[in-house]
Each structure stands twice: as C-alpha cells, then as structure tokens.
Design a protein around this ligand. Structure first.
Ligand code: AMP
Length: 542
C-alpha cells in the first residue's frame, strides 16, 4: 500500500521560492567584483533569477543544456544558478584556478552553450575562446557601465542581457532526478571527471546539512561562504542558507585575511566556511594586526586536512567553535562533520581538540565503511586504516559521459581516501591512498605528520611526501615553510615531534621551502612537490 502524501518534487527553484516568500527581506551582501559592497535580498534574487530563466528560454536553452559559470561568489552568480536550474538547464561551475588546457577540455567535454563569467576572467577566456567551440555567447556578470571592450563571441553585460525580462515566468516542471549541476573533479591523474548533481540530491543534501550539528545555520545566522560556488556546490551553502533564511555575505574576488576580516566585522558574520589555507591567511592577519573576531562564532573547515593547531588557536584565542568537515565533489560534497556527540562533551580540552581534529561523523544520508584491498570490512577501532567507501542520496553513481561502473557490489563508492573510524563513528583521514607512505610494508600517514609539524611555532605550513628508500621502500620527508621572520632548525622540529608519534614514523629529514604549491581547490599539491624533490636523496639512505 502506498502512502497518501502529495508528490512534491524536490526541485531547486522551490528553495528560492520559499526564501522569497518567508524570508524575502533577508539580505544577501556581496563584495562586488567592480569594488563596492552590493546589497540585495532573497525577494530580489528570486525575481532576478526568474529574469535569467526567461532570458535563457528566449535564447533557446532547453532541459539538459549546460551553462558554464566561471565566477566568484556574488549575488549575480547565485541568482544565475537558480535561473539556470529553473529552466531545467545545468549550471556547470568551472574553477578558474585550473590550467587553461584543463578549462578548455572541461568546457568542450561538457559542451557548454553559454558562459557566464566575471570581469576578472575576460582576459583568460579571450586567450582560449577560439578553442571553446560550443560556447554561443559570453555573458559578463556586470552592468553596461563596467562592460569592457571584448571580442568574446556575442558578449553582453549580464544586466543588459536580463534587462528586458519582466520575471513573468513559470518555472519549468520536471522530475526531481533531473540533472541540475555539473562540477569536474580536478583529477590528479587522467582527464577531469564530471560529477552531475540532480535537483533531488542537492535539495536533500542541503536540507540534511543545514541543522545545528552540521552547518549550524539558523534564520539568525549571517553566513560567509568563502568556499567558492565553483568548489563542489559551495558545500551546499547556496541552498542551505536560503532554506533557513540566513543572511549571506559573499566575498567576491577578495579572499585574503584583511578583506575577509573587514567583511566579517562590518556585516556581523556569525558563521564562515572555507579551506584551511584561507583560515591560515586570516589567522596570520589577526595575529599580526592584533585583531579579534567580534561576531563570528562558528567556522567550518574542510577541503583538506585542518591542522589541529588551527582548530586549537581559533577555539582558544578567538572563542570560535571550529567544525572540521570532510567530503568530495562526488559527495555533493559533505561526507562527515566534527560536531561533538553528547556523550563526548565531558572530554577534557585536549581530548576535545583531538576529537575535532578528526574529520567527524557521517550525517544522515551518508553511509561509510572501511575495507582492505580485498574489499573486506575493517573494524571501527580508531586504529585500523582502510579504504574509505561511501553510499548515500547525494553520492555519485557514475561520471558524466563515462560508462564505467564505479560502485562496489554493495553500491559503495571508493573515495580514494584512507581512513580510520573509531568506536564513536568518528572518521579520520590518514591519507589519499596514493599519498600514504609505505615504509617496510607498513603505512605512515602523511597528514598526521603534517598536522603535528604545523604545531611548531616556527612553522607556517608543512607537507610530507614519501621518498624512495633502498631499504624501507619509502621514508617520509617533511617539507616546511617558515613563519614570517623565523628560521627553521630541523633538529628542533624533529625533537618537537618526538614522542608524539611512533618512532618509525619520524621524518628522515626536514627541508625548508619558500612556498608549498597548492592545487586549484586549495590542497597541498603533492604531485608538484614530488617533482620538486625528484632528485632529492634522503640522508638515511646509504
Ligand atoms: P574535492 O573533490 O576537490 O573536494 O577533493 C576531495 C578530496 O579532498 C577528498 O577525497 C580528500 O582527499 C580531501 N579532503 C577533503 N576534505 C578533507 C579533510 N577535511 N581532511 C582531509 N582531506 C580532505
């Protein structure tokens, strides 16, 4: 027997309909790419997203067409997403930090028809436009007054593009499993792969994460998504915030510590989300300028491992609750978050920081397991590492345009991460499976060594890679960036680490570097580091 409840498809435009109806006056504030602070609200965003939909329809865009966005977090980017999905087209976010050839490959693979972009990226697109054959028109996210002279095909300022639309547009209706968003993983080997979100997966994902123990968003929240819309769905914030009617503060192109601090203070930001590199930048600014965060209470850190010292400093010196989250593009993206379960709140302060340094537990909608190479399940004892596999309503089951079967026989997706899970359900990433250091047949976690090294007062950033060793197969090399005005004494760093990890995990050497290379999504670029240290030989290797 079936239930007698209504069919109410989980479509993305229902989110902005809701926000406009219930929270219409709630603000969306952006640092515009042109410079000034721009203020709007959900009612206006709703209206203008309808204009976008109307215009797309006039331009002949139909269900399933891909519309590229190469843009910062601003109100225009946000309303474009809702407009695009409202006609059943697919927003395809592109990370501007990718190499030009990767962007070209991705746009051609996706066969994007229209490109929406910011002023910042006009020169970049001009340099590759002759290779972007599927793009019929470039819409520059600005107004006529700021429109630069450009030869980009059919280029038009966004405000002019939607100027003649009156928003008298009824959203298209379609199945909730219809594709809504496309995001390519940066892919360290081979070509990038497209992850195709559906309306249903995005709505469920955002709904399941907006609550207090996850993103911590309420109507009274003022949320700063430093995480870009082009980084895996902006960790759901573009949907979760309107769902709750939270005020959004969009940082535009300025993501340095001083600019973020200014925005956080002037707009009364209560919650902010971003990758560790961004928060290291903010922290350096706060410490140098002796500033505080007067309204921010909650910080979400994810995208790569958050150093324990960063959590500790923001919690103890700045009074924040720091939540460490893990996920991936293929998971929409959030797979776990580190809120403290009730029975663990009595841990002492060190124990609590240790717990928060883990990547947290899975929210409703994500199932996890760890297995050995044969696919057999491993125990949740907090010690045994294995391949981390996941299943859920917002986890991918395939890649765009590829037929490969990617799930195991139980329907789980192999994340490519290696982790432990403890008896309380807290998962801890020990490595990417290809970064783990294999020493004498045992595994050493590069992430754990990095986290430890960064706690040393002279170290600004740390990375560990495996270096070939004639006896042990691989041994860890610690690479560090000194803090401004400090010099690195390798022996001191090693003695600081001693006793905190197993003896055989101790790095065989410490090397100093001016800057650690990062990938387009802010992760330590270990491929590049391996290239830099390709001819390096460990002093321990006879
Ligand atoms: P992306 O799809 O670009 O977001 O990359 C996903 C990958 O980033 C994951 O598979 C992890 O290897 C890594 N990652 C994301 N969040 C974390 C985290 N909190 N700690 C460690 N690694 C992370």
């Amino acid at each position: 027997m079936q239930g007698l409840m209504q069919d109410w498809p989980l479509l993305i435009h229902r989110v902005i309909d809701y926000a406009a109806t219930q929270h219409g006056n709630r603000e969306v504030v952006s640092r515009s790419v042109e410079g000034p602070i721009h203020r709007t609200n959900y009612k206006a965003i709703h209206q203008r997203s309808k204009n976008v939909a109307q215009r797309l329809k006039q331009d002949g865009i139909v269900l399933g067409d891909r519309i590229a966005t190469l843009a910062w977090n601003t109100w225009r980017h946000l309303e474009a997403w809702y407009g695009i999905t409202g006609v059943g087209a697919i927003y395809h976010t592109i990370n501007p930090r990718l190499f030009a050839d990767q962007i070209v490959w991705i746009v051609n693979h996706a066969q994007d028809r229209i490109m929406l972009t910011d002023l910042t990226f006009v020169p970049l697109l001009e340099s590759m436009a002759d290779r972007l054959s599927s793009i019929e028109r470039y819409v520059i996210l600005t107004d006529g007054a700021h429109m630069p002279p450009t030869k980009l095909k059919n280029a038009i300022a966004y405000e002019d593009w939607i100027a003649n639309c009156n928003g008298q547009f009824a959203w298209e209706q379609f199945d909730e499993k219809t594709a809504a968003g496309l995001c390519y993983t940066s892919g360290t080997t081979g070509n990038p792969k497209g992850v195709l979100y559906s309306h249903r997966s995005n709505v469920l994902h955002s709904m399941s994460l907006a609550h207090a123990d996850a993103l911590g968003i309420r109507n009274s929240s003022v949320v700063l998504p430093v995480v870009p819309l082009f980084h895996a769905n902006s960790w759901s914030l573009a949907f979760s915030c309107p769902m709750m009617g939270a005020k959004m503060v969009m940082p535009g192109a300025k993501l340095d510590g001083a600019s973020l601090h200014e925005l956080m203070e002037s707009e009364g930001v209560t919650m902010a989300a971003g990758v560790p590199t961004v928060w290291l930048g903010l922290l350096a600014f706060l410490q140098k300028e002796k500033k505080q965060l007067s309204t921010t209470k909650y910080m979400l850190v994810g995208g790569s491992a958050c150093p324990r010292a960063l959590i500790e400093t923001f919690e103890k010196d700045y009074g924040l609750t720091v939540v460490h989250a893990w996920g991936m593009t293929e998971m929409s993206p959030i797979g776990s978050l580190g809120a403290v379960k009730d029975h663990l709140t009595s841990l002492d302060s060190e124990g609590l920081i240790d717990l928060k340094a883990k990547q947290g537990y899975a929210p409703f909608g994500v199932e996890m397991k760890i297995t050995n190479d044969a696919g057999e399940p491993l125990p949740w004892d907090g010690k045994t590492f294995g391949r981390l596999k996941v299943a859920g309503f917002a986890v991918t089951k395939g890649y765009f345009g590829l037929d490969d079967a990617i799930l195991d026989e139980e329907g789980f997706f192999d994340t490519g991460d290696v982790s432990t899970i403890d008896a309380n359900g807290y998962m801890q990433i020990t490595d990417r499976s290809k970064d783990v250091i294999k020493s004498g047949g045992e595994w050493i976690s590069s992430i754990e060594l990095e986290n430890l090294a960064i706690g040393h007062p002279d170290v600004a950033e740390a990375a560990v890679i495996g270096i070939a060793h004639s006896k042990w197969s691989e041994r860890p090399l610690l690479i560090v960036v000194p803090k401004e005005g400090r010099t690195i004494n390798p022996a001191q760093i090693l003695s600081f680490m001693e006793g905190k990890i197993a003896k055989w995990w101790m790095p065989d050497d410490v090397q100093t570097i001016a800057e650690i290379p990062h990938t387009a999504t802010g992760k330590i670029n270990k491929l590049k580091l391996r290239e830099i240290f390709a001819n390096y030989k460990l002093p321990t290797d006879a």
